[in-house]
Design a protein around this ligand. Structure first.
Ligand SMILES: *Cc1c(COP(=O)(O)O)cnc(C)c1O
Length: 352
């Protein structure tokens, strides 16, 4: 029996603690609620309709997102969060024998999908300062390329021009740009999909649109690639997106002002946090995301992580080569950030 079983080492998501009264800065969720229009739309959800299967194409959602992005609907694929979208992309576009490539320090789901789908891959180490050397991705015969931009967990973004160089240099494979955090200060390459038929851009409603609980993500690319994605999706599960999610997502898209407001609030809190963390002896790259990836000058990451947790403040720490001294701190509300800074002052004061 054993040899017939597919065995994988799964991705480990950040904790979703049940304890009351915690400050949760460990999974890059938005500290603000979704648009009030989402609340209104959900209250109008017809409960009787739950007995029917949802629209398999989630057309309301796809059409509105396409319109919002200035695209045609045949350039948009929707999935249950961008994890679902990325997983479908790996399954669809990386079916060849040549290894695909991505950085050694990046979203830790990529190597998990490679393992589960048996996709050969090779990682390219980030430079010592945790930036990407684009030459690593412009010379080589890859089966695919995956770049998170801004990168996670580093928060460092490449320019549109650098991403374009990577896409241009890899005409023989699909290049996926995972833009989970792009709204917090990086340049989106969605505009390049008209120009390059090997480019797939992935975005999510989980971070900048405050809807991680709804599970909504998109891939944008040329109609041919989107068709291939849908063919695979309909070969796995037709009814991925549930009816309330379609309703809520569609309402969120129609409130662009609210979206801009919460994103700019998170960005200004982040800019203030960067100053405060630097004063406490932390160093980090300038973040283009809704988190800061920081290292203290004298106290190990694991120690700060544990001590914060005792104070009911959850951040993210990886016991992994090159990054074990770092903490990834999600930007919360201003009040949550003040309490984090107070806790860090106490911790640092009690050790130094
Ligand atoms: C959060 C995240 C995702 C997945 O988010 P979903 O909630 O599945 O949309 C994908 N890529 C990166 C880099 C992320 O940080």
């Amino acid at each position: 029996m054993n040899e017939n079983i597919r065995k994988v080492v799964p991705y480990v998501p950040g904790e979703q603690p049940k304890r009351k009264g915690i400050i949760k800065l460990n999974t890059n969720e938005c500290p603000y609620p979704p648009s009030p229009r989402v609340k209104k739309a959900l209250s109008g959800v017809d409960y009787e309709r739950l007995r029917l299967y949802p629209d398999p194409a989630a057309s309301d959602l796809v059409d509105n997102w396409a319109k919002r992005c200035g695209l045609n609907k045949d350039q948009v694929f929707v999935g249950v969060g961008s994890d679902d979208v990325l997983s479908m992309c790996f399954l669809t576009f990386f079916a060849g024998e040549r290894p695909i490539t991505f950085p050694d320090i990046t979203y830790s789901f990529y190597d998990v999908w490679c393992d589960v789908y048996r996709i050969p891959y090779e990682v390219k180490p980030l430079k010592d300062d945790f930036t990407i050397d684009i030459k690593d991705y412009t010379k080589g015969d890859f089966g695919g390329v995956v770049i998170a931009n801004p990168n996670a967990p580093t928060g460092v973004a490449l320019s549109l021009c650098d991403i374009e160089k990577i896409v241009k240099a890899n005409k023989n494979c699909v290049v996926i740009v995972d833009e989970a955090y792009v709204d917090f200060g990086a340049e989106s390459v969605v505009g390049l999909i008209e120009k390059y038929d090997n480019l797939i851009v992935v975005q999510t409603f989980s971070k900048s649109r405050a809807m991680a609980g709804m599970r909504i993500g998109f891939a944008m690319g040329c109609p041919t690639l989107i068709k291939y994605l849908n063919d695979v999706k309909y070969s796995v599960n037709s009814y991925t997106m549930n009816y309330p999610s379609i309703v809520a997502g569609t309402a969120a898209i129609k409130d662009e002002n609210y979206f801009k407001k919460i994103v700019s609030r998170v960005m200004s809190t982040r800019d203030r946090m960067e100053k405060e963390l630097a004063e406490l002896g932390f160093s980090f790259n300038k973040s283009s995301a809704n988190f800061i990836f920081a290292k203290h000058e004298s106290i190990p990451g694991a120690e700060i992580f544990e001590r914060l947790k005792k104070r009911k403040i959850y951040v993210r720490h990886w016991d992994k080569e090159r990054i074990s001294d770092y903490l990834r701190i999600t930007i919360g509300t201003d009040d949550e950030m003040d309490r984090l800074i107070d806790a860090l002052k106490e911790i640092i004061g009690s050790i130094e």
